[in-house]
Design a protein around this ligand. Structure first.
Ligand code: NDP
Ligand code: HSE
Length: 451
């Protein structure tokens, strides 16, 4: 069946609520955390979905890796198949919640080739090779929707892609990974170390058995790439994102952040500057008074700054089966409406084709924490090193260095907060400070965002 065939049939009669008699065939690829909840919504909301789209949505098959795996009672075992390649050829709308690059990419391309519109939650695939899918869908005249790929239940893709299409987005700043936000939150509120907090996140089902994608920032980087592409009408892939995870964050970093009026968050930041766009993911100090500081547990929040709209904030559950399935179903309804009533969703917009700038060009504030010999003139010498590299100091705080295994006696702890400086000059400054004879150790260098 082709896309045009899928549009045949009488649409909903607004007056009587009757909908067309030919159902739309929906194929589901993947029936794990998200897929199971997609099945639940398709089943329990069937009448509402039919009224909203103008056609009943008939689940015609569910592709999985192993049909013998025990499943939730909502999943009809008769629909399970391991032949995803065949399944995608007999659907009007294909939902992909398998994850990973292959076979997800080939299956989606095959679905598109056979005239199906596709809905995916797969941020890894979109951030690596989204344009291939968008081009194939455009050529076939079908939709690609992916609201669930960024920040789970939070509507952020549609607002950036459609609602702000008449504005100029300057900056997107957000917490887009629930697992790391949970981990940092537990380190802050309970003094847990990173490993303990990750174990808790795994026990609660936030983090996977291998938490690398979350902890090392890959998941957030993929989401940042997708948001940047939409916001700046420019192709940005995950390889363009400067990425640093939270694995180096210590209990000490978290405690000192709080003492100095901040909380540590893993942020995704995409900025439009005169010379191009810059996209990065890294832990950062956020002032306690900033709204992002109050985003607790596994929640996500995204700030968007646009020239005419000003500041917008989106907040909610960024992960989990049911929240993510909500976003998937919203997309299914949009795609289904087009099949019934005609029309098409947005296509890729990459006309601006702005240069993607390297990490070294990023400019932000920094907080450097270091232990130095507590004797006259040292503070002035450290300040001179910053001045030599063109880095301006905003504030300096001094405290006795805590006694440690290698002694704190005779040492002072300096917490230096800078004005905005480039990554390049800050890195050179830190190298110079580290080499100074009066400096015992540089304990941490953290960016300060949201000031
Ligand atoms: P799960 O690992 O829970 O589920 C994956 C599903 O895909 C399983 O049912 C598995 O089958 C099936 N599968 C794996 N390989 C194949 C294959 N080769 N052919 C057919 N089926 C296959 O993943 P999630 O539900 O957590 O995530 C799915 C997608 O949603 C990912 O892209 C993820 O990034 C995204 N996402 C997830 C969120 C979350 O909170 N979990 C939030 C937002 C997005 P079987 O059951 O037999 O093993
Ligand atoms: N692992 C992700 C998170 C959810 O913790 O936010 C999927 O995007």
């Amino acid at each position: 069946m082709t896309a045009a065939d899928g549009q045949a049939g009488a649409p909903t009669d607004e007056r009587t609520g009757d909908h067309r008699t030919t159902p739309l065939r929906v194929a589901l690829l993947g029936c794990g955390v998200v897929g199971t909840e997609v099945v639940r919504l398709l089943t329990t909301q069937a009448d509402d979905l039919a009224a909203r789209t103008g056609a009943r949505l008939e689940l015609v098959g569910i592709a999985v890796r192993d049909t013998a795996t025990p499943r939730d009672a909502v999943v009809d075992a008769e629909l399970l198949t391991t032949d995803a390649e065949e399944l995608v050829t007999r659907a009007d709308v294909v939902i992909e919640v398998v994850g990973g690059i292959e076979p997800a990419r080939s299956l989606l391309l095959r679905a598109i080739e056979h005239g199906a519109s596709v809905v995916t939650a797969n941020k890894a695939l979109l951030a690596q090779d989204g344009p291939t899918l968008y081009a194939a869908a455009d050529a076939a005249g079908v939709d690609v929707y992916f609201e669930a790929a960024v920040a789970g239940a939070i509507p952020i893709v549609r607002p950036v892609r459609e609602s702000l299409a008449g504005d100029r987005v300057r900056r997107v700043l957000g917490i887009v990974n629930g697992t790391t936000n949970y981990v940092l939150d537990r380190m802050t509120s309970e003094g847990l170390d990173l490993d303990q907090a990750v174990k808790e996140a795994q026990a609660l089902g936030y983090a996977e058995a291998d938490p690398t994608a979350d902890v090392e920032g890959f998941d957030a980087a993929a989401k940042a790439a997708i948001l940047a592409s939409l916001a700046f009408h420019t192709r940005v892939s995950i390889d363009d994102v400067d990425r640093e995870g939270i694995s180096a964050i210590t209990v000490d970093d978290v405690a000192w952040a709080e003492r100095t009026g901040y909380v540590i968050k893993l942020l995704a930041i995409a900025e439009r500057r005169d010379e191009g766009v810059q996209v990065r993911v890294h832990p950062a100090l956020v002032p306690l008074a900033h709204p992002l500081a109050g985003v607790r547990g596994a929640f996500n929040a995204v700030f968007v700054e646009a020239e005419a709209a000003g500041e917008l904030m989106f907040y909610g559950r960024g992960a989990g089966g049911a929240p993510t399935a909500s976003a998937v179903l919203g997309d299914v309804v949009s795609a289904a409406r087009h099949r019934v009533l005609g029309g098409k969703g947005p296509v890729e917009s990459s006309y601006a084709d702005l240069p993607v700038l390297p990490a070294s060009s990023a400019r932000t504030r920094y907080q450097v924490r270091l232990d130095v010999q507590d004797r006259p003139g040292v503070l002035a010498q450290v300040a001179a090193l910053l001045a030599d590299h063109g880095v301006s100091i905003e504030a300096v705080r001094q405290a006795p260095a805590p006694l440690g295994p290698d002694g704190g006696d005779g040492l002072a702890r300096l917490i230096i907060t800078t004005h905005e400086a480039s990554e390049e000059s800050l890195a050179a400054t830190v190298a110079a400070i580290t080499g100074h004879e009066a400096v015992r150790r540089v304990l941490s260098v953290l960016r300060v965002e949201g000031v």
